[in-house]
Design a protein around this ligand. Structure first.
Ligand SMILES: C[S@@+](CC[C@H](N)C(=O)[O-])C[C@H]1O[C@@H](n2cnc3c(N)ncnc32)[C@H](O)[C@@H]1O
Length: 322
Protein backbone atom coordinates (compact mmCIF):
# COMPACT_ATOMS: atom_id res chain seq x y z
CA UNK A 1 0.00 0.00 0.00
CA UNK A 2 2.55 2.58 1.09
CA UNK A 3 4.65 1.97 -2.03
CA UNK A 4 1.75 2.53 -4.42
CA UNK A 5 0.80 5.95 -3.11
CA UNK A 6 2.78 8.87 -4.48
CA UNK A 7 1.89 12.29 -3.08
CA UNK A 8 0.96 14.70 -5.86
CA UNK A 9 3.17 17.79 -6.38
CA UNK A 10 5.27 16.78 -3.38
CA UNK A 11 8.24 19.04 -4.10
CA UNK A 12 6.06 22.02 -4.90
CA UNK A 13 4.14 21.60 -1.61
CA UNK A 14 7.41 21.66 0.32
CA UNK A 15 8.58 24.78 -1.52
CA UNK A 16 5.35 26.71 -0.87
CA UNK A 17 4.49 25.44 2.61
CA UNK A 18 8.08 25.99 3.84
CA UNK A 19 7.86 23.56 6.78
CA UNK A 20 10.39 24.38 9.51
CA UNK A 21 11.25 23.03 12.98
CA UNK A 22 9.33 25.82 14.76
CA UNK A 23 6.16 25.29 12.80
CA UNK A 24 2.74 23.77 13.41
CA UNK A 25 1.03 22.50 10.26
CA UNK A 26 -2.34 21.02 9.33
CA UNK A 27 -2.77 18.35 6.69
CA UNK A 28 -6.56 18.56 6.33
CA UNK A 29 -6.66 15.52 4.01
CA UNK A 30 -3.96 13.26 5.42
CA UNK A 31 -5.11 10.21 3.42
CA UNK A 32 -2.27 7.71 3.47
CA UNK A 33 0.10 10.31 4.91
CA UNK A 34 2.29 10.84 1.84
CA UNK A 35 2.47 14.64 2.11
CA UNK A 36 2.53 14.52 5.91
CA UNK A 37 5.64 12.35 5.95
CA UNK A 38 7.42 14.91 3.76
CA UNK A 39 6.28 17.83 5.95
CA UNK A 40 7.37 16.06 9.13
CA UNK A 41 10.76 15.15 7.63
CA UNK A 42 11.32 18.69 6.38
CA UNK A 43 10.38 20.20 9.77
CA UNK A 44 12.69 17.83 11.69
CA UNK A 45 13.28 17.70 14.65
CA UNK A 46 10.47 19.65 16.31
CA UNK A 47 7.87 20.72 13.71
CA UNK A 48 4.40 19.45 14.58
CA UNK A 49 1.53 18.31 12.40
CA UNK A 50 -2.20 17.80 12.85
CA UNK A 51 -3.54 15.25 10.35
CA UNK A 52 -7.25 15.19 9.61
CA UNK A 53 -9.33 12.85 7.47
CA UNK A 54 -12.99 11.93 7.09
CA UNK A 55 -11.96 8.36 6.40
CA UNK A 56 -11.24 6.24 9.49
CA UNK A 57 -9.54 3.54 7.37
CA UNK A 58 -7.13 6.07 5.86
CA UNK A 59 -6.30 7.37 9.33
CA UNK A 60 -5.39 3.84 10.44
CA UNK A 61 -3.00 3.51 7.49
CA UNK A 62 -1.54 6.96 8.15
CA UNK A 63 -1.09 6.10 11.84
CA UNK A 64 0.99 3.05 10.96
CA UNK A 65 3.01 4.75 8.26
CA UNK A 66 3.77 7.76 10.45
CA UNK A 67 4.48 5.77 13.59
CA UNK A 68 8.06 7.03 13.87
CA UNK A 69 6.79 10.65 14.01
CA UNK A 70 4.16 9.96 16.65
CA UNK A 71 5.56 12.50 19.13
CA UNK A 72 5.09 15.31 16.64
CA UNK A 73 1.80 14.16 15.16
CA UNK A 74 -1.84 14.28 16.15
CA UNK A 75 -4.52 12.53 14.07
CA UNK A 76 -8.16 13.57 14.02
CA UNK A 77 -11.11 11.78 12.43
CA UNK A 78 -13.15 14.67 11.10
CA UNK A 79 -14.12 17.01 8.30
CA UNK A 80 -11.82 19.89 7.35
CA UNK A 81 -14.98 22.03 6.95
CA UNK A 82 -14.88 22.09 10.76
CA UNK A 83 -11.18 22.84 10.97
CA UNK A 84 -11.48 25.68 13.44
CA UNK A 85 -13.61 23.66 15.87
CA UNK A 86 -11.38 20.57 15.51
CA UNK A 87 -8.26 22.61 16.32
CA UNK A 88 -10.00 24.31 19.24
CA UNK A 89 -10.73 20.90 20.77
CA UNK A 90 -6.93 20.37 20.84
CA UNK A 91 -6.39 23.81 22.38
CA UNK A 92 -4.95 25.25 19.15
CA UNK A 93 -6.10 28.53 17.64
CA UNK A 94 -3.43 29.36 15.04
CA UNK A 95 -1.14 27.35 12.74
CA UNK A 96 1.71 28.08 10.31
CA UNK A 97 0.39 26.26 7.27
CA UNK A 98 -2.55 24.28 5.93
CA UNK A 99 -2.58 21.72 3.12
CA UNK A 100 -5.74 20.42 1.43
CA UNK A 101 -5.16 17.70 -1.18
CA UNK A 102 -8.73 17.20 -2.34
CA UNK A 103 -10.58 14.23 -3.73
CA UNK A 104 -10.16 10.51 -3.21
CA UNK A 105 -7.12 8.55 -2.07
CA UNK A 106 -5.58 5.53 -3.80
CA UNK A 107 -6.85 3.45 -0.89
CA UNK A 108 -10.43 4.52 -1.56
CA UNK A 109 -10.14 4.08 -5.33
CA UNK A 110 -8.42 0.72 -5.12
CA UNK A 111 -10.78 -0.84 -2.57
CA UNK A 112 -13.71 -2.16 -4.65
CA UNK A 113 -16.07 -2.46 -1.64
CA UNK A 114 -15.86 1.30 -1.10
CA UNK A 115 -17.56 1.81 -4.46
CA UNK A 116 -15.52 4.79 -5.73
CA UNK A 117 -14.36 3.13 -8.94
CA UNK A 118 -16.19 1.44 -11.80
CA UNK A 119 -13.07 -0.54 -12.76
CA UNK A 120 -13.98 -3.33 -10.33
CA UNK A 121 -17.27 -4.61 -9.04
CA UNK A 122 -18.12 -3.23 -5.61
CA UNK A 123 -21.11 -2.03 -3.67
CA UNK A 124 -22.23 1.43 -4.73
CA UNK A 125 -21.26 3.22 -1.52
CA UNK A 126 -18.78 6.12 -2.03
CA UNK A 127 -18.93 7.44 1.54
CA UNK A 128 -15.55 8.79 2.63
CA UNK A 129 -16.83 8.83 6.19
CA UNK A 130 -18.83 5.70 7.00
CA UNK A 131 -20.76 7.74 9.59
CA UNK A 132 -22.49 9.61 6.75
CA UNK A 133 -26.09 8.50 6.45
CA UNK A 134 -26.53 8.41 2.66
CA UNK A 135 -24.64 6.18 0.24
CA UNK A 136 -24.46 6.50 -3.55
CA UNK A 137 -26.77 3.49 -3.87
CA UNK A 138 -29.47 5.24 -1.85
CA UNK A 139 -29.19 8.31 -4.07
CA UNK A 140 -29.32 6.27 -7.28
CA UNK A 141 -32.25 4.12 -6.14
CA UNK A 142 -34.34 6.68 -4.28
CA UNK A 143 -33.84 10.10 -5.90
CA UNK A 144 -36.32 11.53 -8.36
CA UNK A 145 -35.28 11.70 -11.97
CA UNK A 146 -35.04 15.52 -11.67
CA UNK A 147 -32.67 15.24 -8.72
CA UNK A 148 -30.46 12.75 -10.59
CA UNK A 149 -30.34 15.05 -13.62
CA UNK A 150 -29.34 17.97 -11.40
CA UNK A 151 -26.55 15.95 -9.70
CA UNK A 152 -25.13 14.64 -13.01
CA UNK A 153 -25.28 18.07 -14.64
CA UNK A 154 -24.05 20.19 -11.76
CA UNK A 155 -21.36 17.94 -10.33
CA UNK A 156 -20.41 15.92 -13.41
CA UNK A 157 -21.09 18.40 -16.21
CA UNK A 158 -22.57 15.31 -17.88
CA UNK A 159 -24.01 15.94 -21.34
CA UNK A 160 -26.40 12.98 -21.26
CA UNK A 161 -27.63 13.60 -17.70
CA UNK A 162 -31.28 13.36 -18.71
CA UNK A 163 -30.90 10.12 -20.67
CA UNK A 164 -28.79 8.48 -17.94
CA UNK A 165 -31.31 9.47 -15.25
CA UNK A 166 -34.12 8.03 -17.41
CA UNK A 167 -32.24 4.73 -17.85
CA UNK A 168 -31.66 4.53 -14.10
CA UNK A 169 -35.34 5.10 -13.40
CA UNK A 170 -36.28 2.40 -15.94
CA UNK A 171 -33.80 -0.17 -14.61
CA UNK A 172 -34.70 0.33 -10.96
CA UNK A 173 -38.37 -0.52 -11.67
CA UNK A 174 -37.21 -4.14 -11.87
CA UNK A 175 -34.08 -4.31 -9.72
CA UNK A 176 -32.01 -2.39 -7.19
CA UNK A 177 -28.90 -0.79 -8.64
CA UNK A 178 -26.49 -1.89 -5.98
CA UNK A 179 -23.07 -2.23 -7.62
CA UNK A 180 -20.53 -0.02 -9.37
CA UNK A 181 -20.54 -2.18 -12.47
CA UNK A 182 -24.35 -2.11 -12.78
CA UNK A 183 -24.27 1.69 -12.81
CA UNK A 184 -21.30 1.83 -15.19
CA UNK A 185 -23.13 -0.49 -17.61
CA UNK A 186 -26.22 1.74 -17.57
CA UNK A 187 -24.07 4.77 -18.47
CA UNK A 188 -22.21 2.80 -21.16
CA UNK A 189 -25.54 1.77 -22.71
CA UNK A 190 -26.65 5.39 -22.98
CA UNK A 191 -23.34 6.39 -24.56
CA UNK A 192 -23.26 3.54 -27.07
CA UNK A 193 -26.84 4.32 -28.12
CA UNK A 194 -25.93 8.00 -28.57
CA UNK A 195 -22.86 7.18 -30.61
CA UNK A 196 -24.72 4.69 -32.82
CA UNK A 197 -28.03 6.42 -33.43
CA UNK A 198 -27.66 10.16 -33.03
CA UNK A 199 -25.98 12.87 -35.02
CA UNK A 200 -23.61 13.89 -32.22
CA UNK A 201 -20.56 15.32 -33.90
CA UNK A 202 -17.40 13.29 -34.36
CA UNK A 203 -15.57 15.91 -32.30
CA UNK A 204 -17.86 15.43 -29.29
CA UNK A 205 -17.57 11.65 -29.63
CA UNK A 206 -13.79 11.70 -29.74
CA UNK A 207 -13.74 13.98 -26.68
CA UNK A 208 -15.91 11.43 -24.86
CA UNK A 209 -13.66 8.56 -25.94
CA UNK A 210 -10.74 9.96 -23.99
CA UNK A 211 -12.34 9.03 -20.67
CA UNK A 212 -14.63 6.19 -19.66
CA UNK A 213 -18.26 7.29 -20.10
CA UNK A 214 -19.05 6.59 -16.43
CA UNK A 215 -16.30 8.90 -15.12
CA UNK A 216 -18.47 12.01 -14.85
CA UNK A 217 -21.44 10.21 -13.29
CA UNK A 218 -19.21 8.61 -10.65
CA UNK A 219 -17.56 11.96 -9.90
CA UNK A 220 -20.98 13.62 -9.56
CA UNK A 221 -22.31 11.00 -7.15
CA UNK A 222 -19.16 11.11 -5.04
CA UNK A 223 -19.41 14.88 -4.74
CA UNK A 224 -23.08 14.62 -3.73
CA UNK A 225 -22.57 11.79 -1.22
CA UNK A 226 -19.71 13.58 0.55
CA UNK A 227 -20.93 17.21 0.13
CA UNK A 228 -17.51 17.89 -1.31
CA UNK A 229 -18.09 21.37 -2.70
CA UNK A 230 -19.84 22.66 0.43
CA UNK A 231 -17.02 21.22 2.55
CA UNK A 232 -14.43 22.90 0.35
CA UNK A 233 -16.01 26.36 0.70
CA UNK A 234 -16.31 26.01 4.46
CA UNK A 235 -12.85 24.45 4.74
CA UNK A 236 -11.21 27.35 2.89
CA UNK A 237 -12.87 29.90 5.18
CA UNK A 238 -11.87 27.86 8.22
CA UNK A 239 -8.27 27.49 6.99
CA UNK A 240 -7.94 31.24 6.47
CA UNK A 241 -9.26 31.90 9.96
CA UNK A 242 -6.73 29.60 11.64
CA UNK A 243 -3.63 30.72 9.71
CA UNK A 244 -1.07 32.94 11.42
CA UNK A 245 0.03 36.05 9.56
CA UNK A 246 2.60 34.84 7.00
CA UNK A 247 1.21 31.28 7.07
CA UNK A 248 0.59 29.47 3.79
CA UNK A 249 -2.50 27.73 2.48
CA UNK A 250 -1.88 25.14 -0.27
CA UNK A 251 -4.82 23.55 -2.06
CA UNK A 252 -4.55 20.80 -4.67
CA UNK A 253 -7.73 20.27 -6.69
CA UNK A 254 -8.55 17.67 -9.33
CA UNK A 255 -11.42 19.09 -11.37
CA UNK A 256 -12.69 22.43 -12.55
CA UNK A 257 -15.54 22.66 -10.01
CA UNK A 258 -13.08 22.49 -7.13
CA UNK A 259 -10.51 24.73 -8.76
CA UNK A 260 -13.14 27.40 -9.47
CA UNK A 261 -14.13 27.51 -5.79
CA UNK A 262 -10.50 27.83 -4.68
CA UNK A 263 -9.78 30.54 -7.25
CA UNK A 264 -12.88 32.54 -6.31
CA UNK A 265 -12.20 32.31 -2.58
CA UNK A 266 -8.60 33.41 -3.03
CA UNK A 267 -9.64 36.33 -5.27
CA UNK A 268 -12.30 37.49 -2.84
CA UNK A 269 -10.04 37.35 0.19
CA UNK A 270 -7.20 39.08 -1.65
CA UNK A 271 -9.32 42.18 -2.33
CA UNK A 272 -9.08 45.27 -0.18
CA UNK A 273 -12.54 46.49 -1.18
CA UNK A 274 -15.63 44.78 -2.61
CA UNK A 275 -17.80 47.90 -3.08
CA UNK A 276 -19.64 48.07 -6.43
CA UNK A 277 -17.59 49.84 -9.13
CA UNK A 278 -17.86 53.66 -9.09
CA UNK A 279 -18.80 53.78 -5.38
CA UNK A 280 -17.23 57.16 -4.43
CA UNK A 281 -16.09 56.13 -0.93
CA UNK A 282 -15.49 52.60 0.31
CA UNK A 283 -18.30 51.42 2.57
CA UNK A 284 -17.81 47.64 2.47
CA UNK A 285 -15.38 47.28 5.38
CA UNK A 286 -14.05 44.20 3.58
CA UNK A 287 -10.81 43.02 5.09
CA UNK A 288 -8.01 41.75 2.88
CA UNK A 289 -6.94 38.43 4.36
CA UNK A 290 -4.70 36.85 1.72
CA UNK A 291 -2.01 37.45 -0.83
CA UNK A 292 -2.35 35.10 -3.77
CA UNK A 293 1.05 33.47 -4.40
CA UNK A 294 0.17 31.52 -7.56
CA UNK A 295 -1.54 33.78 -10.13
CA UNK A 296 -1.90 30.66 -12.28
CA UNK A 297 -2.25 27.16 -10.80
CA UNK A 298 0.87 25.03 -10.56
CA UNK A 299 0.50 21.75 -12.46
CA UNK A 300 2.57 18.54 -12.37
CA UNK A 301 5.46 18.06 -14.78
CA UNK A 302 5.15 15.51 -17.59
CA UNK A 303 7.62 13.31 -15.68
CA UNK A 304 5.36 13.31 -12.64
CA UNK A 305 2.30 12.50 -14.77
CA UNK A 306 4.19 9.64 -16.47
CA UNK A 307 5.13 8.24 -13.05
CA UNK A 308 1.69 8.82 -11.54
CA UNK A 309 -1.13 9.20 -14.09
CA UNK A 310 -3.58 10.12 -11.29
CA UNK A 311 -1.70 13.42 -10.95
CA UNK A 312 -2.63 14.51 -14.48
CA UNK A 313 -5.52 16.81 -13.55
CA UNK A 314 -3.98 18.24 -10.35
CA UNK A 315 -3.85 22.02 -9.87
CA UNK A 316 -2.13 23.65 -6.93
CA UNK A 317 -3.06 27.13 -5.73
CA UNK A 318 -1.27 28.83 -2.86
CA UNK A 319 -2.09 31.91 -0.78
CA UNK A 320 -0.38 33.56 2.19
CA UNK A 321 -2.27 35.04 5.15
CA UNK A 322 -1.57 38.75 5.55
C1 LIG B 1 -6.15 12.74 -2.35
S1 LIG B 1 -6.36 12.03 -0.79
C2 LIG B 1 -5.06 12.71 0.15
C3 LIG B 1 -3.76 11.99 -0.02
C4 LIG B 1 -2.68 12.49 0.90
N1 LIG B 1 -2.31 13.85 0.62
C5 LIG B 1 -1.46 11.60 0.83
O1 LIG B 1 -0.39 12.07 0.42
O2 LIG B 1 -1.57 10.43 1.19
C6 LIG B 1 -7.71 12.89 -0.16
C7 LIG B 1 -8.13 12.48 1.23
O3 LIG B 1 -8.96 13.54 1.73
C8 LIG B 1 -10.00 12.98 2.48
N2 LIG B 1 -11.06 13.99 2.49
C9 LIG B 1 -11.79 14.43 1.45
N3 LIG B 1 -12.63 15.39 1.85
C10 LIG B 1 -12.39 15.59 3.18
C11 LIG B 1 -12.94 16.48 4.15
N4 LIG B 1 -13.90 17.35 3.85
N5 LIG B 1 -12.43 16.43 5.40
C12 LIG B 1 -11.46 15.54 5.72
N6 LIG B 1 -10.92 14.67 4.84
C13 LIG B 1 -11.38 14.70 3.58
C14 LIG B 1 -10.34 11.69 1.77
O4 LIG B 1 -10.96 10.79 2.66
C15 LIG B 1 -8.96 11.22 1.32
O5 LIG B 1 -8.39 10.35 2.26
Amino acid sequence: MSETHIPVLRNEILIFLQPNPNGLYVDGTIGLGGHSICILKKSHPSGRLIGIDMDAEALEVAKNRLHSFKNRLRLIHGNFAELQRLLNTCGISKVDGVLLDLGVSSLQLDTPERGFSFQNMGSLDMRMDMRLSTSASQIVNQSTSEKLIQIFKEYGEERYAKQIAQQIVDVRKNTTIGTTTQLAEIVERVYSYKVKYTKDSKKKQSRDNRIHPATRVFQALRIEVNSELQNLSQGLDAAISVLKSGGHLCVISFHSLEDRIVKQHFRQWAKTCICPPKTPVCICKHEKLLDVVTSKPVIPSQDEIDANPRARSAKLRVATRV
